[in-house]
Design a protein around this ligand. Structure first.
Ligand code: 9G3
Length: 571
């Protein structure tokens, strides 16, 4: 592509409302433009990067034996009613009506549609295992779309669905996808981790997320430094440590702690460590108040707690609910003489002579002890693990914390959708059985965005070659000079012949201006063709990452570039 004919509207200024670097750089590099909140146009080089990721995904899915199809974006309400999700989802499911007043929604995912296809077409155990996938535009009416392609309302997703005759088959299909995903993200040049994850509202019993490591990531993940345990903090189990303290219970003591409400304030005032305090929180679980106890320095994990309570809705209680349920004020809450149900984190079980609120404004209690002073209805793992915690799987390993961006998610679904939609088959004995399912997603735009989060510098994007919009850019210095344009044209033609994707900057612009654009859009290889070096028959090759430069003859430059490109693409 000749730059003079291209459409790459780069911008110097930093866009005001873009909070993360990938969003800022995609706007500045002319990759995307906003059309409405969370809805974007992909401009030519943005689309090229998207297509690169799609093709890597497609190749690896096909290699894993999956079949590509394409389902509609507009899906009928009836299918969603069958699964129960028409009622389950709120406004995130964008509902529309046709002229005959029939209800539809814009597909946020396609479990229902694909299960409908399979229940009509798959009759026999001999038609499975089966894996169907598509790369398609989805719509979810997010409350707060942000970060550009990272959390759009309209987005491109690769979604795959596996169908098996039994659980063993489903496990094998899951493992195949897991391995395909590892290959996909490695080929994209990403630093990532596969972590155990919560299945969320979708249901099912097992899942892994593929997380791109980036400080700007919205997810907290942990990994063990001693074994391969890795999990989303939402799901990470904390190791149960048996009663560590053997101290004799001391007499209860009420202490004046004027205006000391937070754990930091109380522990500083009493000159104790936060690990010797217990905090009580009140949550609202399906409208009912429940007290929760945690060691002072620990954080509540609402996902774990929700599972333990088995409720549908869980949120922090309002001050009014706290007052009416406990008779006390936030900052001074304590478990003694409470009427409501108390659930305590397992860590609290081993604590002796701790400090907690006295249920009286400006007072705390010292030397509080379980059983002697109050009782707990249930102990459970309800806290977030933290950096430095012991690994729940191996002995001696320590958990390390990272931030990550979820780019892929694989789920073992089991029978949830096949049962609801009655997707059955006849087994080898002619008996009717329900299909076992798995589902597997990759956010295509998010993969490009997270790649930019991981690969950039102060001058712009540094694309890994496999997803770069072009492999190489030729910057002709003063292309009006015939010697220059002749050499540049020759180089351009030779590289194209070899299948190298070249952007030829033939614009009549100053070198600095061209270099700024080349750096901003992140093309991995840049060749400068200028009169000065052409005197010796040379051109300059510079790598965007690392910045090394080499002076090469045109012939050598062509073979060097061809070599770098083939190596990076693994061909
Ligand atoms: C909805 C709406 C939003 C949703 C869903 C349904 C998330 C929903 C989870 C999944 C799970 C997998 C196939 C590919 C891999 C991921 N947000 N999820 O089901 F109706 Cl409005 O999408 N689906």
């Amino acid at each position: 592509m000749r730059y003079s004919q291209s459409f790459i509207p780069t911008v110097k200024e930093t866009p005001a409302d873009a909070e993360v670097i990938s969003h800022r750089l995609m706007l500045r590099a002319g990759m995307i433009r906003k059309v409405a909140a969370g809805i974007y146009s992909y401009l030519p080089i943005g689309l090229r990067a998207i297509r690169k990721v799609e093709n890597i995904v497609r190749e690896e899915m096909n290699r894993a034996g999956a079949n590509e199809l394409l389902m509609p974006m507009v899906t009928p309400a009836e299918l969603w009613e069958e699964s129960g999700r028409w009622a389950q989802y709120g406004p995130e499911l964008l509902r529309i009506k046709d002229r005959k007043d029939n209800s539809f929604c814009l597909g946020p995912t396609h479990e229902e549609v694909v299960t409908d296809i399979v229940r009509r077409e798959v009759r026999s155990y001999r038609q499975m295992p089966l894996n169907l996938y598509q790369i398609q535009t989805k719509f979810r009416d997010e409350i707060r779309p942000r970060f550009g392609l990272m959390r759009g309302r309209e987005f491109i997703m690769k979604d795959a669905y596996s169908f098996d005759v039994d659980e063993k088959g489903a496990d094998a299909s899951y493992e195949k996808m897991y391995q395909a995903y590892r290959r996909i993200f490695a080929r994209c040049g990403l630093k990532f981790r596969a972590v155990e994850a919560d299945t969320g509202s979708i249901g099912g019993n097992w899942s892994h997320e593929f997380m791109v490591l980036a400080d700007s990531g919205e997810d907290a993940i942990v990994s063990c430094n001693g074994c391969d345990y890795a999990a989303n903090v939402e799901k990470a189990e904390s190791k149960v440590i048996e009663s560590a303290e053997h101290a004799e219970p001391r007499p209860l003591e009420k202490v004046h702690t004027p205006a000391k409400k937070s754990i930091e304030e109380v522990s500083e005032f009493l000159q104790i460590h936060a690990t010797s305090t217990v905090k009580m929180l009140i949550v609202k679980a399906d409208e009912k108040p429940v007290a929760v106890l945690l060691r002072g320095d620990h954080e509540l994990n609402e996902i774990k707690l929700k599972k333990i309570i088995g409720c549908d809705e869980l949120e922090m209680a309002t001050d009014e609910m706290i007052a009416s349920a406990t008779g006390a004020t936030v900052g001074f809450l304590g478990p003694i003489d409470q009427k409501i149900r108390i659930i305590a984190d397992t860590t609290v079980k081993g604590m002796k002579n701790f400090v907690c609120g006295a249920n009286e404004v400006d007072y705390h209690l010292k030397n509080v002890n379980l059983e002697r002073d109050f009782t707990v209805s249930k102990y459970a793992d309800i806290r977030n693990v933290t950096h430095g915690d012991q690994c729940p799987r191996c002995s001696g390993g320590i958990l390390e914390m990272w931030r990550g961006i979820e780019v892929g998610h694989v789920f073992k679904l089991g029978l949830k959708y096949s049962k609801a939609l009655n997707a059955t088959f006849l087994d080898a004995d002619g008996k009717e059985q329900t299909v076992f399912m798995g589902c597997y997603g990759i956010g295509i735009g998010r993969t490009v965005a997270s790649c930019i989060e991981q690969n950039h510098d102060e001058n712009g994007i540094i694309f890994p070659l496999p997803i770069a919009p072009y492999h190489c850019i030729i910057s002709a210095i003063n292309p009006k000079d015939e010697i220059v344009s002749k050499a540049a044209e020759e180089l351009y033609a030779e590289l194209l012949k070899l299948g190298v994707e070249v952007l030829y900057d033939d614009r009549d612009e100053r070198p600095g201006f061209k270099f700024k654009d080349a750096d901003l859009i992140g093309i991995p290889l840049r060749i400068v063709v200028g009169a000065k070096n052409l005197v010796d028959g040379k051109v300059e090759l510079k790598q965007r990452r690392g910045g090394e430069t080499e002076l090469l003859t045109i012939t050598d430059a062509v073979s060097r570039i061809d070599g770098i490109v083939k190596e990076a693409l693994g061909i």
